[in-house]
Design a protein around this ligand. Structure first.
Ligand code: MGD
Ligand code: MGD
Ligand code: MO
Length: 765
């Protein structure tokens, strides 16, 4: 029998070292250097005119929404510049003038390209032509758009069941594209809709839905300004949400206190110079954090329990620490929680969390008499086996303090991708929402499937085990974002057809199914004009506010298409024009899509008008203190177990984090300025005492191994850097370390991979 053709592509790419430079970590975030860096990237990628035009429009009310993170815009944006260094870098990366066309792929095979690093792959520029990689070939070749749709439609029809197809979504797509995509997938017949949020804030969604009745945060941007205490837990805003620092600085000016809870003392949380103010250019900057609690990795639950226990002891004496009226009216489970706290030993909790007792006591003092408390968090809480419980333990604090449903208090899960929250709102989900299904039936005229689909982890397994044969991605880089890279690669290579709708080249275009399609699309900053009409999209930010966005740059090529165009044409081809939904009409007119969104998606209303300017807030039951959908009609306190890792004597706990020069799997550069590392990403941050125990010197090279269920996974060649990190803990960058994350270890309930607590051993090479 003839051997099946297998491309010899590299899953890991180049593992060569660059010339590393290590300096002291920087203690001041943003400021003039941030602006300089932003402009340097922009000018290099886009040229001066394109850069300045775009930067001045970004996040302005009539402009376009930043393609980077989901932090909201102030009601009155700064007239000069409502963007940050990393937003500017994201823009420069998307709006680069470099392009790769058919000639490029004729010259370079996927096997050759796959030998490069992710950083190198991203430098080539924008994809401008639809391309196909045919079975038995190692070169992409051009394909007409209409033919590409036919290839997909044909493949979908050839499947034994619609459930053999999987459709992924990354969080950059606008509401209009995500709605069309989600509805087409249901009309086709499956709920197999994994999305990036499964790897991201899914734990937050589950934790908040169970306790407060909505999977989103409750605060608005302005709530942060007059909060008495803001807790920033498991989040690095200086790099990942820089404009949040301006809000924290405002809170400080108004007398608020900031507590950061993080194994690392991240630069942005130390001092911030606001580049939007003159004093940010010349002054000393604002000290952001009043108290830093260097918790050990995944020991937030013991730390919070200790704080709650100490607060409960004070409350038992004074009766004015917890908000008893609020608890009586709105909260379930008070007695049980207090009784459970009594079963814990303070010294044990202290030892587990690794924070000094004085620091814990300071936190208790800061919180004791305050009720306007906001808790902000991101991946440091969600990406653990007990990710859901982590968040619920922080929610316990807010409920006991009555810090919900009033101004300047509440939950603030800080979202990742710029429209990840909107995509979920408009229907990208693997689970079944019966009320939504009824509305789809009523307003779109077809019966959606009622069986739960695959999430990210389920999708990997289904492809690996040959239960799925078709994989389509609306943006993203599934191969590098998902855990267990080698396993995921095999899963993807098992597929008959993989389809990427993308702006830029990444490894998911190189490690593919037997046939692969690459469909180039617009970035957020580009002008989307059809039939002479400028089209606007809508997005939802981290605080549930929906607003319009329109690009202003000339599209990189007239051969690319918008996401709604691609999806509607595909749906039209698949149904051959015979379906209850007129897909082509929707694709042609985004206003029509918004009309359908208003009908089908709960909470959206008159979006066409209301999303103008600053936009409008979607309904939020926590803001209204309406917990009627929860047991006993009340918000739920929860009893969470403390995590046990049972590390062996030679094992360490590794968290995989972002550098300052990347957006997820897109690597802009090789520097991590705030952490003092230049020109290299293959580094391992380690406590100096641990290095001594292992006889390791600065910049020694090590391999990292994780062992789960008897399977060894290895990441090769990392340079060790001594760093202020708790003993026993390690940090390294993702996606290089995703090879270590086992596909079958993830958070209880939310199935978010355990990317922040991987047990590893290290070996000097
Ligand atoms: N420039 C830029 N912006 C981005 C992104 C990007 O890659 N680049 N990504 C976007 C996306 S999709 C997301 S989800 C967000 C991610 O935003 P973040 O969550 O801030 O990103 P990470 O780098 O994963 O940082 C996690 C932080 O949690 C800390 N941490 C790790 N483990 C623990 C723990 O057990 N307990 C506590 N308390 N802290 C812990 C780490 O030290 C680190 O500071 O940013 C978004 N914005
Ligand atoms: N170990 C580890 N793994 C992680 C994480 C971690 O902290 N540690 N974080 C997880 C998190 S929080 C997330 S959100 C995921 C991210 O997972 P993804 O969202 O899948 O990955 P990205 O790197 O954001 O995707 C980048 C690609 O998206 C495409 N793209 C960019 N803009 C657009 C656009 O406007 N439209 C379209 N169609 N395509 C576009 C480009 O081709 C680019 O190469 O990774 C997860 N993986
Ligand atoms: Mo994310």
């Amino acid at each position: 029998m003839k051997e099946a053709f297998q491309r010899k592509v590299s899953v890991r790419g180049s593992q060569k070292f660059s010339d590393i430079v290590v300096k002291e970590p920087v203690r001041v975030a943003a400021g003039v250097l941030g602006v300089k860096e932003a402009l340097r990237h922009s000018f290099k990628e886009m040229g001066v005119v394109r850069s300045m035009t775009a930067l001045l429009d970004m996040n302005q009310q009539e402009g376009f929404s930043c393609p980077s993170c989901a932090w909201p815009d102030p009601e009155k944006p700064s007239k000069i510049a409502e963007y940050c260094e990393n937003g500017a870098k994201a823009l420069a990366d998307e709006a680069t003038t470099a392009t790769i066309d058919a000639a490029f792929f004729k010259k370079h095979s996927v096997e050759e390209l796959s030998q490069l690093s992710d950083y190198e792959l991203n430098t080539f520029g924008r994809l401008v032509e639809p391309m196909i990689l045919r079975p038995g070939s190692v070169h992409y070749e051009p394909i007409a758009w209409s033919e590409a749709y036919s290839v997909i439609a044909h493949q979908l029809k050839a499947l034994n069941s619609p459930d053999e197809a999987i459709f992924y979504t990354s969080g950059r797509s606008c509401n209009e594209a995500a709605f069309l995509y989600g509805m087409f997938i249901r009309a086709f017949g499956t709920n197999n809709m994994p999305d990036c949020s499964n790897m991201c804030h899914e734990s937050s969604g589950v934790a908040l839905s169970e306790t407060l009745g909505i999977g989103k945060g409750s605060v608005k941007l302005e709530d942060l300004y007059d909060a008495e205490v803001v807790i920033v837990a498991g989040q690095n805003p200086g790099t990942n949400h820089p404009r949040m620092l301006a809000a924290l600085a405002k809170c400080k000016e108004n007398g608020g206190k900031v507590i950061s809870i993080n194994p690392l003392e991240e630069s942005g949380l130390v001092t911030f110079k606001n580049p939007q103010h003159v004093e940010g250019w010349v002054g000393k900057g604002v000290a952001i954090t009043d108290l830093h609690l260097p918790v050990r990795i995944n020991q937030d639950i013991p730390l919070m329990k200790l704080i709650l226990k100490k607060l409960a002891t004070l409350d038992a004496l004074q009766n004015d620490i917890f908000d008893h009226e609020f608890i009586k009216d709105y909260v379930d489970g008070y007695e049980a929680l207090i009784a459970d706290l009594k079963t814990y030993d303070e010294n044990e909790l202290l030892a587990q969390c690794g924070v000094a007792v004085d620091q814990v006591n300071t936190a208790v003092r800061l919180l004791a008499k305050k009720s306007k408390i906001v808790v902000c968090w991101a991946m440091g809480l969600t990406q653990h086996k007990n990710g859901v419980a982590n968040i619920q333990e922080y929610v316990n604090l807010l409920l006991l303090k009555g810090a919900l449903g009033k101004p300047n208090a509440g939950t603030c899960p800080v979202r990742g991708h710029s429209n990840v929250q909107g995509d979920r709102s408009v229907g990208i989900m693997h689970f079944v929402d019966e009320a939504l299904n009824k509305r789809i039936e009523k307003y779109l005229g077809f019966t959606p499937p009622s069986k739960e689909g695959y999430d990210t982890v389920g999708a990997m397994k289904a492809m690996y085990e040959d239960d799925a044969k078709f994989f389509m991605c609306l943006g993203g880089n599934f191969l590098m974002a998902a855990s267990d890279t080698e396993y995921t690669a095999k899963a993807i290579e098992n597929c008959d057809l993989t389809v990427q709708i993308s702006t830029k080249l990444n490894r998911s275009h190189l490690v593919t199914g037997k046939t692969a399609l690459m469909l180039p699309t617009y970035g957020r900053s580009e002008k989307d004009i059809k039939a002479g009409k400028l089209r606007r999209i809508t997005v939802e930010n981290s605080m549930g506010q929906v607003r319009k966005s329109r690009g202003l740059l000339k599209p990189i090529a007239d051969t690319i298409k918008s996401e709604p165009d691609i999806i509607s044409e595909l749906a039209h081809t698949f149904f051959e024009g015979k379906h209850s939904v007129d897909w082509q009409a929707l694709g042609a007119d985004y206003e029509l899509i918004r009309e359908k969104i208003d009908l089908v998606i709960k909470g959206f209303e008159n979006t066409e008008e209301r999303a103008k300017g600053a936009g409008y807030y979607l309904p939020n039951n926590v803001r209204e203190l309406d917990f009627s959908k929860l047991p006993n009609g009340k918000a739920q306190l929860t009893i969470n177990k403390t995590p046990k890792h049972e590390l062996k004597s030679d094992e360490y706990m590794l968290m995989t984090i972002r550098s300052h020069d990347q957006f997820n799997t897109t690597i802009y550069g090789l520097d991590d300025r705030y952490r003092g590392v230049y020109n290299e990403r293959r580094v391992l941050f380690m406590n100096a005492e641990d290095m001594e125990t292992l006889h390791l010197k600065k910049l020694d090279v090590v391999d990292i191994t994780s062992t789960y269920d008897g399977v060894e996974r290895k990441a090769y060649k990392f340079k060790v850097i001594p760093y202020a990190i708790p003993k026993g803990d390690l940090a390294a960058y993702f996606p290089e370390t995703n090879v270590l994350v086992p596909y079958n270890h993830f958070a209880d309930k939310s199935k978010t991979p355990i990317s922040k607590s991987i047990k590893v051993r290290i070996h000097k090479v």
